[in-house]
Design a protein around this ligand. Structure first.
Ligand code: ZN
Length: 339
């Protein structure tokens, strides 16, 4: 497999494959160049085309042969202004994209072979910041089957306070429900239904303002939206949705039958939060919900996750190291709905 011969690469399925694709800084630079100029280098200063000058000891820099100005391949990506080698960034994004959510900065430092903890911390935080930036587009639409919307209390295990419902936070979910082709291997499970994209948000309460407001921000108008018959969802038709409320959702079996996919998402979310992060405080919950959403929505497309994390998918600008340490940078959309 050659990086430059494939416009749309399969994600490396193994560590050896990754190492073959990105053996050194030059290979990573070639990949960045290809991602930015599919048809060959165009100087952003003078718009001249043609093969630029390259430097053996500065893999991330191209120099225009006409105007002699430099162009940095890391500019506009999460790697901008970093002194860390490109190959370390690529390896770091691969680790984060290939499902190692629980990795601490110390483990990360060891994996990357870095001498300084601060470097590992900075890389990890910048990559994760790309994940906590919420996807902006709304899910659903008339082409998708329908969208389940449901809410649940999550989080809240606090050290020293024993078991119970301490500090649980209300989370509302919208989940696209898709259907496998009849006759495919997995069409028996859940009647062939499975989750498409999700949106998750902290909600202040179960009022129509909080729940209806969430649906408006997360789901395309006109979508078929299925909920239980809680009054907080009664305004959805007025808000422009084709709303079906399932009666008697207090009954567990009925709920399982009509909202099975959102129940599955909540159960995945809870085990992720509890198993990996040992509970998360309400203050940070929205950031974790955004990370879960990022991973969940790209679970079939890890290479998209890899590119998004590096900031070469054109949808992320991570905070700088200084912003992270100063406490100036805030997770977007952490305020929750209905507040
Ligand atoms: Zn130029």
């Amino acid at each position: 497999m050659d990086v430059l011969d494939h416009a749309d690469l399969a994600f490396p399925q193994s560590l050896p494959e990754f190492q073959r694709l990105f053996p050194d800084d030059a290979a990573c630079a070639a990949y960045l160049e290809k991602a930015r100029w599919d048809g060959g280098f165009i100087c952003p200063h003078c718009q001249a085309g043609g093969e630029p000058f390259r430097f053996d000891n500065r893999a991330g820099v191209l120099r225009c042969r006409k105007c002699l100005k430099n162009t940095g391949l890391m500019v506009g990506t999460v790697m901008e202004r970093s002194h860390t080698p490109l190959s370390v960034w690529f390896w770091a994004a691969y680790l984060v994209a290939s499902q190692t959510p629980g990795m601490s900065a110390v483990q990360f430092q060891r994996q990357l072979g870095l001498s300084r903890y601060e470097t590992a911390f900075g890389i990890l935080h910048k990559l994760r910041a790309g994940m906590v930036r919420p996807d902006q587009d709304r899910i659903g639409g008339t082409a998708v089957g329908h969208v389940e919307v449901d809410e649940a209390y999550v989080g809240g295990k606090t050290r020293g306070e024993g078991r119970g419902v301490h500090h649980k936070t209300l989370v509302v979910a919208a989940v696209e429900v898709r259907r496998r082709e009849p006759g495919s291997a997995q069409d028996k499970r859940n009647d062939g239904r499975y989750a498409g994209r999700v949106r998750l948000a902290v909600a202040a309460d179960r009022s129509a303002d909080a729940l209806g407001g969430f649906v408006e921000s997360a789901v395309m108008p006109g979508s078929l939206v299925v909920t239980d018959d809680w009054s907080g969802y009664a305004s959805l038709r007025k808000r422009g949705y084709d709303h079906r409320a399932i009666a008697e959702c207090g009954d567990r079996e009925v709920a399982e039958q009509f909202l099975p996919v959102s129940h599955l998402v909540f159960s995945n979310l809870k085990s992720w939060l509890n198993g990996i992060h040992h509970g998360v405080s309400a203050k940070h919950l929205q950031a974790y919900l955004n990370e879960f959403t990022f991973r969940f929505n790209r679970r079939f497309y890890p290479f998209n996750a890899f590119r998004s994390l590096l900031g070469i998918a054109g949808d992320a600008t991570a905070p700088t190291f200084a912003e992270l340490y100063s406490g100036q940078w805030k997770h977007p959309r952490c305020s929750g709905y209905g507040r």
